[in-house]
Design a binder for this molecule. Structure first.
Ligand code: ADP
Length: 424
């Protein structure tokens, strides 16, 4: 029997990665590319940079594997937006980046959207769309809004105006209605919105010229993608309600698979749809960035070995880089608490790791109080995941099984979406 493979690509903030997997999830090839900054110093031509990277990655996929690729999917940074002319395919404006603020449109957005809706943030896709709509002189008759992942996939399949409900959340798509809401549809700019599918839905076969240029098979299909952080969650292969991923990077972020949708703007808690479940998320300002202010990564590793994780530290801190916390405590005036500092550094680190574990536990408790499925098992991603001492501390504090996620690369999650699409 001929083996079939599945290609996922992740377009992150500084570069892009790919992963090729089989139906068991075994990786056959992976790689990465930084974005080329082919431009004048001030303005990077991001659209061109991403496009170049897309085709470089296709070339990086070993040619011996390409003819086995049954499907491709791509994730991109959430709220990265490109508006293009559907007649020429050319961008009508440079891409709006994920963290770009369009505060000029915020009052309008707040006047049309429900209170505390996800779109009520100056970096939301909807703010970007309205800001462009109100200021740009170009012909709007034939314009289409695409998210970064949609646009890159479009380069491969050529069918205009297709997105997924994870990327579309920040433009106002209602994943529960499975439609754009009436308050959005009555606006003149709603006609530029893409159609929306579940992530990992077949869009179309790959364009013939690309297929033949790279040696992908005739039946190779493209599938809708998702956002980079959801793709990273998917990589953990947590599929049951109650399974969660804690990401211990610069900040501490938790994502819990739940049977029901939870939204609470006070804590910055919101949910993404994943088929018949919801992925509930919250992010604390505590995390590795604070650790890095105090210890080098080498010190962290060495000192951690001197800690007995079975023993509770009595030091009670709230490690923050600066004033303010949102989740699990909504307090914009919260002051970082990292004192008293014991003379022994291992003891100090023990107190910090234990305190962060308590914040993590409070996070899961808060999600439960807000109505989410209670957490049963935690997988870990990010720089802190490799710290076995911290894992044991967290197991004790959370009272749950905690382990390192087998896979954490968003590209792997995107490859799983390609697999999902091919199996439909
Ligand atoms: P991000 O992508 O969010 O910047 P990473 O996932 O790369 O972060 O993780 C980096 C963080 O991991 C750093 O802030 C660092 O303090 C932390 N880190 C590195 N090594 C360890 C360790 N052994 N124990 C705990 N934290 C660590």
């Amino acid at each position: 029997v001929e083996e079939r493979l599945y290609l996922g690509m992740d377009f992150g903030t500084s570069g892009a990665r790919y992963a090729v997997i089989d139906k068991e999830g075994t990786i056959h090839a992976e790689g990465k590319r930084p974005y080329p900054l082919n431009s004048s110093k001030e303005t990077v031509d991001w659209a061109r940079s991403w496009k170049t990277t897309l085709f470089s990655l296709l070339e990086d996929v070993p040619s011996s594997l390409r003819s086995f690729i049954a499907s491709i999917s791509i994730d991109g940074t959430s709220a990265t937006t490109i508006i293009i002319d559907s007649t020429t395919g050319e961008p009508l404006h440079r891409p709006f980046l994920y963290n770009e603020s369009c505060s000029d449109a915020l009052p309008v957005v707040k006047s049309i959207a429900p209170v505390n809706h996800t779109v009520c943030s100056s970096t939301s896709t909807l703010c970007k769309l309205i800001s462009w709509w109100n200021s740009d002189e170009s012909n709007k008759e034939s314009s289409v809004l695409l998210h970064q992942a949609d646009w890159l996939l479009w380069l491969l399949h050529g069918k205009l105006g297709v997105s997924d409900y994870n990327n579309a959340l920040k433009v106002g798509y209602d994943p529960e209605l499975d439609a754009y809401p009436p308050w959005l549809l009555c606006q003149p700019y709603s006609r530029v919105l893409p159609s929306v599918q579940a992530p990992g839905t077949v869009i179309d076969i790959m364009k013939e010229d690309i297929r033949t240029r790279y040696g992908f098979p005739e039946d190779c299909v493209t599938c809708t993608g998702t956002t980079d952080s959801i793709a990273a969650f998917l990589a953990s292969r947590a599929t049951q309600p109650g399974k969660a991923v804690t990401s211990l990077g610069s900040t501490l972020a938790i994502k819990l698979l739940s049977t029901n949708r939870i939204e609470d703007a006070r804590f910055g808690v919101y949910s993404h749809r994943l088929d018949d479940k919801w992925l509930v998320g919250g992010a604390s300002n505590t995390g590795g960035a604070v650790l890095r202010q105090i210890f080098t990564d080498e010190q962290l590793a060495k000192l951690s070995e001197q800690i007995n994780p079975m023993e509770a530290s009595r030091l009670d801190y709230y490690p923050l880089q600066s004033v303010g916390e949102r989740f699990p405590v909504a307090d914009p005036k919260m002051v970082p608490r990292l004192h008293p500092r014991p003379p022994n550094d291992a003891e100090y680190l023990h107190g910090i790791l234990e305190s962060m574990a308590r914040i993590e536990a409070e996070g899961y408790t808060l999600l439960k109080h807000l109505g989410a499925t209670p957490v049963e098992e935690v997988f870990t991603a990010g720089g802190g995941a490799k710290n076995g001492t911290w894992t044991k501390i967290r197991e004790r504090v959370l009272g749950l099984p905690v382990s390192q996620a087998l896979h954490t690369e968003a590209a792997y999650g995107a490859a799983l979406l390609a697999l999902k699409g091919a199996q439909q």
